[in-house]
Design a protein around this ligand. Structure first.
Ligand code: SF4
Length: 447
């Protein structure tokens, strides 16, 4: 067993990482699909979209070949509508709510229709919004992820100057650095950030990290308000023996490097274990397989009924040939000469429900041992605890506490997205950014 890179040919990498949600072949295909829509009066699809996109309206606009109007309908609710059309778990959101499911027919392909018009908007740089004249107000936003970008776009539309401080070299946050490459390419992410900022009035300053070369007090002195969209940080540690062996990696770091350095540069084991069953775990497992790992086994301490990922995501992993072991929790990583050779797991059973309402896993006292040479940890991410706890921001276990007006305990400082909720979907962060912008506009008396 060995961990090596460059396992596949260029063609194989390209095939394995091609777009999982491909666009419609042509206009006719999109219009035919749009014409299936029943344009429901109460639109359950819209109700289940966290950003409340008027779905029947944009579909109707596609059916009448008003693609520009359709893109506007999407972007007015969700400026990351293009990215969301590629990464949203639509099976549990809009498409899952489509009335066709009740008729036991395939739901409308809302995501692909959304992609149809928004990608055209990006490719042709359609400017669909006009900025109000500058009103002299300046807002600092920390984090160029979905929450920060969405907040900035709303503020820019209202004539506010928004300056985003981003710790990485590129914008997009989790979209750019934490999502499987077969869902969104790094180039697409860059294009989307450029499209959002092309409205004007938004400047992104890169390599600026709160707590390092950027301080909250400096921002307070120089801006009329601040929005914190700092997201969540590193992968949760397993706190088990052997976690520091060569071959144990964090899922987010693994995904980040894959996107940053390219497929052939990323070393992958022959036999890989992935700990967790969330979306990040699925992304890590499927990409490990697509990089050429011979065996990938996902380990989850509960059962399929309690898993955080969707059925659709689980099926992607299964179709990629990933094995799943339910009711197993990591106990110890064993190694030889400092390198991973085995993963020992507790065998679990389900006990009483915990505070999340899900039945909690209980150790049976038995163990199983897997021969592996790589372990990818995807058991969730933790907030930037040191940063938040080291500030005067109210927090709960490192998550920033806000009121129902997106305001923190510090006057003029607002927050939203993963830094507040601990990690949800991209589309939830977009809505949080909109809520934050609305609160800031009220605070600045611009509404
Ligand atoms: Fe169209 Fe389905 Fe939404 Fe009804 S629920 S408006 S059919 S997409």
């Amino acid at each position: 067993m060995a961990i090596t890179n460059n396992r596949l040919t260029k063609e194989q990498y390209e095939q394995n990482f091609s777009d999982i949600r491909p666009p419609f072949e042509n206009k006719t295909a999109a219009v035919v699909e749009a014409n299936r829509c029943l344009f429901c009066y109460d639109a359950p699809c819209t109700k289940s979209c966290p950003t409340s996109i008027n779905i029947p309206k944009f579909i109707k606009q596609i059916s009448t070949d008003n693609v520009k109007g359709s893109a506007h309908t999407i972007f007015i609710s969700n400026i990351m509508g293009a990215g969301c059309s590629k990464v949203c778990p639509v099976e549990k959101l809009c498409e899952g709510a489509c009335v066709y499911n009740l008729l036991e027919e395939e739901p409308i392909q809302i995501a692909r229709l959304q992609q149809y018009s928004t990608m055209k908007a990006l490719q042709e740089n359609w400017q669909l919004f006009e900025r109000k004249p500058a009103n002299g107000k300046k807002v600092a936003i920390v984090g160029a992820g979905p929450a920060g970008l969405s907040c900035a776009h709303v503020l820019a539309r209202e004539g506010v100057e928004a300056t985003i401080y981003e710790k990485e070299e590129k914008g997009g946050g989790l979209m750019t650095y934490g999502i499987a490459a077969y869902k969104v390419t790094p180039q697409f992410c860059e294009d989307e950030v450029n499209y959002i900022t092309s409205i004007g009035g938004i400047e992104i300053k890169y390599n600026q990290e709160l707590g390092k070369n950027l301080s909250l007090s400096d921002l307070q002195q120089n801006y009329d308000a601040i929005y914190l969209g700092i997201g969540v940080g590193v992968a949760r540690q397993l706190d088990i023996p052997g976690e520091d062996l060569l071959g144990v990696v964090d899922a987010i770091k693994f995904i980040y490097e894959l996107r940053d350095k390219g497929y052939s540069a990323i070393p992958i084991g022959d036999k890989v274990a992935v700990i967790g069953m969330g979306m990040t775990a699925i992304d890590a497992a499927t990409q490990a397989k697509r990089l050429g790992a011979k065996e990938v086994t996902m380990i989850y301490r509960r059962t399929q009924e309690e898993m955080p990922c969707t059925e659709y995501e689980l099926n992607i992993a299964k179709l990629d040939g990933c094995e799943i072991i339910w009711l197993a929790a990591p106990k110890e990583v064993k190694g030889v000469n400092g390198k991973v050779t085995q993963l020992v797991c507790h065998v679990m059973k389900l006990g009483e429900p915990d505070i999340s309402g899900r039945r909690s896993p209980v150790d049976t006292g038995e163990t199983i041992t897997l021969d592996v040479d790589m372990v990818i940890k995807a058991a969730g991410q933790v907030p930037f605890e040191d940063l938040v706890k080291g500030s005067s921001l109210d927090n709960k276990n490192g998550k920033i506490v806000i009121d129902n007006n997106s305001a923190t305990n510090i006057q003029g400082v607002f927050a939203g997205g993963d830094a507040v909720n601990g990690g949800k979907e991209v589309v939830d962060a977009v809505q949080a950014g909109k809520d934050g912008a609305a609160a800031i506009l009220r605070y600045l008396k611009l509404f």
